[in-house]
Design a protein around this ligand. Structure first.
Ligand code: CTP
Ligand code: MG
Length: 232
């Protein structure tokens, strides 16, 4: 099977409120995007496509890909206004392959081991997403902030990336999401759910609580601790 990684780094990091976009913030001497590229470079994926903002393409190429010798990166393409636009643009640049592993650069704790686990699961399933069981009790609410219910925690998962799919399937799903203008789609699994109305089963692969998404300033502290305890 020919597997390709699509690494998303075209966000503006509004919630981080930092001058540098979060995917380029330096943690433990390397920009956050570096860690995802390193994990994929050392995995069995055949190539890596990066999606980033137009003004950052040059920096990604010279400041990260060339500097750290990421030989599997074949394309760096321009993203769009929202995550699902960026994914769609990336998918159009991926070219011929069997499977695509979609990953947020904002999750630097991804490991090559997790990538290989998801690739193995892809032999059996057409759609596999990484997730961890929800630790907290979750409530739903009405617009006025009053509780409307408590879903069974045992059935709830917090989803992460990578999320991996048969390429043709996820490309068709995103084509549908874009055509229909489904602005509320926040992850790739959801794009597939919308497209197939649930008829294509999506396998949950248990990931790691360490695979956090760096979103708000305190996440930088947490990620620094995790990166610090890794084998160098
Ligand atoms: N992303 C992207 N294109 C966008 C929006 C997001 O490629 N138009 C990427 C981000 O770079 C990130 C991942 O999708 O790696 C997850 O998005 P998120 O954590 O929401 O990042 P941002 O959108 O950058 O942050 P915020 O929502 O706080 O603005
Ligand atoms: Mg966002």
């Amino acid at each position: 099977m020919k597997d390709v990684a699509l690494v998303l780094a075209a966000g503006s990091g509004t919630r981080m409120q930092s001058e540098t976009k979060k995917q380029f913030i330096v943690l433990d001497q390397k920009p956050i995007l570096y860690y995802s590229l390193k994990a994929f470079e050392e995995s069995g994926v055949e190539k890596i496509v990066i999606v980033t903002s137009k003004e950052d393409i040059d920096y990604c190429r010279k400041g990260i890909v060339e500097r750290y010798h990421f030989s599997k990166v074949t394309e760096i393409v321009e993203g769009g206004a929202q995550r699902f636009h960026s994914v769609y643009r990336g998918l159009k640049a991926v070219g011929d392959c069997d499977n695509v592993l979609i990953h947020d650069a904002a999750r630097p704790m991804i490991t090559t081991e997790l990538i290989e686990d998801i690739r193995s699961a892809l032999r059996e399933h057409k759609a596999v997403i990484t997730a961890v069981p929800v630790k907290d009790t979750i409530k739903s609410s009405d617009p006025d902030g009053f509780v409307t219910g408590t879903p069974d925690r045992k059935a709830l998962w917090q989803v992460q990336t990578p999320q991996a799919f048969r390429f043709d399937l996820i490309k068709a799903a995103y084509g549908y999401v874009i055509r229909e203008g489904m602005e509320d789609v926040t992850d790739d699994g959801m794009a597939l759910e919308r497209y197939t109305h649930g008829s294509e089963r999506i396998k949950l692969l248990e990931g790691s609580y360490e695979n956090i998404k760096v979103t708000t300033p305190e996440d930088l502290l947490i990620a620094t601790v995790f990166l610090g305890k890794r084998d160098k």
